[in-house]
Design a protein around this ligand. Structure first.
Ligand SMILES: [Fe+2]
Length: 168
């Protein structure tokens, strides 16, 4: 089976689950319908699909296809999508997750986490590394290795570090 046939089958399977979940009941009916199991199945299927694409398909895309350049429509379309996703990500964390975490963490836990984050940013990769396994342990060790490689590539390509945001 060729790669497109394989990936298309995978896509069809995930899209089929999405279609079923489009009509998912809300309220009391949600629990009776076994929604949680269906959502878990979707997460499993999507996670496996993403993992194999990130490990084997996207590295080949980056190797074989040209990057877009500033001035080309594809480049600017991607930039707009990236900025929008960035804003959504920040709004979600600050407006949805932070208030709940503020209530769940003690002041000293917040202080410790702040120090950990500040230390970790120094060693964090300068490029996205979607092929890194997503478990926190793997991220910590693979992240450090990836960061070293990034620094090497940054030095070779003259890519500079953006200034750190204020730490006050
Ligand atoms: Fe896909």
């Amino acid at each position: 089976m060729d790669a497109f046939t394989f990936l298309r089958n995978d896509h069809e399977s995930v899209l089929g689950m999405c279609e079923v979940l489009d009509g998912a009941p809300q309220g009391k009916g949600a629990q009776l319908s076994g929604l949680r199991t269906m959502v878990t199945d979707l997460v499993v299927a999507e996670s496996r699909h993403e993992a194999i694409e990130q490990q084997f398909f996207w590295p080949l895309v980056r190797e074989r296809l040209e990057d877009g350049n500033p001035g080309e429509p594809e480049y600017h379309g991607a930039l707009v999508a990236f900025i929008e996703a960035g804003r959504k990500h920040i709004a979600y964390e600050q407006n949805v997750v932070w208030p709940r975490m503020a209530a769940a963490l003690s002041e000293s836990e917040l202080q410790d986490l702040g120090a950990t984050l500040a230390r970790a940013r120094q060693k964090a990769p300068t490029r996205p590394h979607p092929d890194t396994p997503s478990g926190p342990g793997a991220q910590k060790t693979m992240g450090a290795a990836a960061a070293e490689l990034d620094k090497l590539r940054d030095a070779v390509t003259g890519r500079s570090d953006p200034p750190d945001p204020p730490t006050s």
